[in-house]
Design a protein around this ligand. Structure first.
Ligand SMILES: [Zn+2]
Length: 461
């Protein structure tokens, strides 16, 4: 029996033990956005360091940042072989609304082949997989087929505020041939896929001010501008009637899709009716001239995430509010620059401020560029072969509408491409109540990572 087949059998024999480890890991409420969980972040970082240390002889370090620590591990004993940098995150989204959970979010529970708990799909299950694979390789062959560095952060769910400086300051430590991210998600449960592009993000928050204080709408209504009315008009000015963004220059750097790219996307199985049923919407909507997948993956957007102001309590209150607020984010495609987009959108907003109101804008500091990897990249081809070995079919090449800033950070600071090799699936309700991770995906992921590393061991750097 070849060593990879022995590894795969070894992993299969450990399935129950690995699931038990994941249950233990997912019971730690490592909610990075909530200061009340600061101590839990430490507990989770320690848990990850211990899990890495259990894969002896990996060397492990917990490295402080201004926020939550990065847990780092490495084994560099494969002379003349590739070095990969494995990325994942041990922090999770908040669990609320708690009443919508069938079982408590930090009491991991298996039902119908699914493990339910906050963070189990994003990203604790997927990031535990390569650690356990390293452990089996060491148990069976005393070595890994390639050099591996692990980097697990604890701030992904809050926009990775420490990661930019961390990567910039630790280039030598992190040096590798390619990044493999255990974070991300496959788009469908029954169609293995590899994601080759993700959109970037730029955000801003606006406040429109009318009168200097809230006014009685009987005494003052009709006398001064109502900022909520003005905000509705201002927001409406951002798009034309065909769903296209009306901001001057917004599409200036956007590359039009080639015929081949459009044909590839059109060839993917996508059932619009099933999609609508899944999201509970009446109809698709967006920029005219593009299919739904093209709009979600390859076109930039301007989206209002929240608008508020005035009286929102029960009953009515006759107020002409003094302020109206909105939060806007833009999804970006390759070549768009977050700062430039914020400037263009700001200029548009300033030029459209309704009479009688004043506008103030705050740019979010969480901007990220879009990222992509060449479809013939050696590490993508090996990933494709590994998935094919596990699933028996060639994986689909897809893109992602969301933003994974790490790919852009590794590209910008280190010139490294990122392969997303996650066994989470897009329907697993991460960021929502009743997040789950399919137990069979844990098993498939273990085999796939083992085969992936074995295949990369045959690539000569
Ligand atoms: Zn994640």
């Amino acid at each position: 029996m070849t060593s990879i087949e022995r590894i795969v059998l070894h992993l299969a024999a450990r399935h129950d033990g690995i699931l038990a480890e994941l249950i233990d890991f997912a019971s730690i409420p490592s909610v990075s956005t909530d200061p009340a969980h600061a101590a839990d972040m430490r507990v989770a970082a320690r848990w990850v360091a211990d899990a890495l240390a259990a894969a002896e002889p990996l060397t492990v370090r917990t490295i402080e940042t201004p926020g939550n620590p990065v847990v780092y591990g490495e084994w560099l004993g494969a002379l003349g072989k590739l070095t990969v940098l494995v990325y994942g995150h041990y922090d999770v989204q908040p669990a609320d609304p708690l009443e919508k959970w069938t079982s408590a979010p930090f009491t991991p529970t298996v039902r119908d082949g699914r493990l339910f708990a906050r963070g189990v799909s994003d990203d604790k299950g997927p990031m535990l997989i390569p650690i356990e694979v390293a452990r089996s390789f060491f148990d069976v062959t005393r070595a890994l087929p390639i050099n591996v560095k692990f980097m697990f952060e604890g701030e992904e769910e809050i926009g990775s505020p420490s990661l930019d400086d961390f990567i910039r300051d630790n280039k030598a430590l992190l040096a590798a041939d390619v990044v493999i991210s255990a974070d991300g998600a496959m788009w469908r449960i029954n169609e293995p896929s590899l994601t080759v592009a993700s959109r970037g993000l730029a955000g801003l928050e606006l406040t429109l001010t009318g009168a200097g204080k809230d006014l009685h709408s009987g005494r003052h209504g009709g006398g001064v501008a109502n900022p909520l009315h003005a905000m509705a008009r201002l927001i409406a000015s951002l798009h034309d009637e065909n769903g296209r963004v009306a901001v001057a220059g917004f599409y200036g750097r956007v590359r039009e899709l080639t015929q081949t790219e459009r044909a590839d996307i059109a060839a993917l199985p996508f059932d619009e009716a099933a999609y609508l049923a899944q999201v509970g919407a009446q109809a698709t909507f967006g920029e005219a001239g593009y299919t739904t997948l093209e709009r979600q993956w390859t076109r930039p957007t301007v989206e209002v995430n929240g608008m508020w102001g005035g009286y929102e309590g029960p009953g009515s209150k006759t107020v002409t509010p003094s302020e109206a607020h909105a939060k806007i984010t833009c999804r970006l495609v390759p070549d768009q620059d977050p700062e430039e987009i914020v400037a263009l959108v700001s200029r548009h907003l300033e030029a459209h401020v309704p009479a009688g109101t004043r506008l103030s804008i705050t740019a979010s500091d969480h901007g990220a560029r879009a990222a992509s990897i060449a479809t013939d990249h050696f590490a993508l081809e090996a990933a494709s072969a590994a998935l094919r070995a596990v699933y028996g079919v060639r994986p689909l090449i897809v893109r992602m509408g969301g933003t994974v800033p790490i790919a852009e950070l590794f590209q910008r600071h280190m010139g490294l491409d990122t392969v997303f090799f996650s066994f989470s699936t897009a329907d697993e309700d991460y960021h929502a109540p009743n997040e789950f991770f399919r137990v069979h995906r844990l098993h498939e992921g273990l085999e796939a990572w083992a085969r992936y590393w074995a295949l990369l061991g045959e690539v000569h750097p």
